[in-house]
Design a protein around this ligand. Structure first.
Ligand SMILES: Cc1cc2nc3c(=O)[nH]c(=O)nc-3n(C[C@H](O)[C@H](O)[C@H](O)COP(=O)(O)O)c2cc1C
Length: 331
């Protein structure tokens, strides 16, 4: 069973063992938890996933015995005398600023739960016991720990060396809680079934794109504001793929390159907002430069059409194509 203690550096098997062996502990030894182990648990917490990588969590490590006793007094669900508690808070104000209403109302809770899961598993790997506590008075905990306005305590994780590890509470069997493909349909293990690729036509692709745009528009109502430009950029990339499926469309190397650029940069939105903004600028500049190449015949023509109206709007561009767009743009 010691293999579970290799969770932070061991194989996938160790993680699975640890997930099953972890228990909610409600009786602890007095022995204090060393600070380097506390740091390891918190380090595991900050590597948990968060919606939009917003990382709204703030952790208060409570070691002061008097404060721990007071915390316990205002938390009916807090059992046992653990020497440490980690209060996981979410910075709702920051979350709203960066991620909008959805992030503030929902993502923060999911994110803090992810952090709690990592803490409990890391603690188990380090030979510690934990118990997640949600039954506490929010206003009392805020008052006791000087938690400012705009920040909310979401969960308390009580930590210590277990005096007693409880038996595993029963779990529902998988066949009662897991369905295959549709709610209510039995899950049966049959690897590889229905995995074939579905051939897509241009019409399918266009329909898919319409669905993507509609669901993205809906998302824009409450997703993080930066997801709007992210979805549009993604739509641009998907639109260019229409060349693959749409009959009558020619392959356009410029658009293909642009798509590759977009796909290589779009996820910057998750971790480098300034880089993401620069990438959007670059996309606009590439398109604008290309538009100039495609639609402006010469500098002289530009001046002519902008200043005095296009004299011959249907003249050929430098690709030898009848330039109807030029008349549209500059008329
Ligand atoms: C969101 C959440 C809130 C919980 N709140 C409490 C609590 O207030 N007090 C408590 O003793 N246990 C609490 N627990 C622990 C559960 O009772 C425990 O996880 C469950 O009984 C399964 O036991 P196990 O963790 O040992 O597998 C909470 C767990 C979660 C995930």
């Amino acid at each position: 069973m010691n293999c579970a203690h290799n969770i932070l550096g061991g194989s996938g098997m160790d993680v699975l063992e640890a997930i099953k062996a972890r228990r909610s502990v409600r009786s602890y030894k007095e022995k204090p938890v060393p600070d380097d182990l506390v740091e390891k648990m918190l380090d595991a917490a900050r590597w948990a996933p968060t919606g939009g990588n917003i990382q709204p969590w703030r952790f208060i490590v409570v070691k002061d015995r008097t404060l721990l006793d007071l915390l316990k007094k205002v938390s009916p669900g807090y059992l046992g005398n653990a020497p440490l508690a980690i209060v996981i808070c979410s910075d709702k104000e920051h979350s709203y600023k960066v991620g909008g209403q959805l992030a503030k109302d929902y993502l923060t809770i999911a994110d803090c739960s992810m952090a709690a899961a990592s803490i409990t598993l890391a603690a188990h790997a380090l030979g510690l016991g934990t118990c997640v506590v949600k039954s506490f008075s929010h206003i009392a905990v805020k008052e006791l720990l000087n938690i400012p306005k705009g920040v909310e305590p979401e969960l308390i994780v009580v930590v210590g060396y277990p005096a007693n590890i409880p038996k595993p509470p029963p779990r529902e069997p998988l066949d009662r809680i897991v369905y295959l493909n549709r709610y209510g349909e039995n899950f049966e293990k049959r690897d590889g079934e229905n995995m074939g690729r579905v051939e897509k036509t241009g019409d399918d692709y266009l329909f898919e794109l319409a669905l993507f745009l509609a669901t993205s528009a809906q998302g824009c109502l409450n997703e993080p504001p930066l997801y709007g430009p992210f979805r549009l950029l993604d739509a641009l990339s998907r639109l260019i793929d229409l060349q693959e499926y749409g009959g009558g469309l020619t392959q356009d190397p410029f658009l293909r390159d642009l798509k590759n650029f977009v796909d290589s940069k779009k996820f910057l939105v998750m971790y480098d907002v300034e880089g993401f903004k620069r990438a959007i600028d670059e996309v606009v500049m590439r398109l604008t430069t290309e538009a100039k190449k495609r639609y402006l015949i010469s500098k002289g023509a530009t001046r002519e059409c902008c200043g005095q109206g296009m004299k011959n709007p249907s003249q050929e561009n430098k690709y030898g194509v009848q330039n109807e767009h030029a008349s549209n743009i500059f008329s």
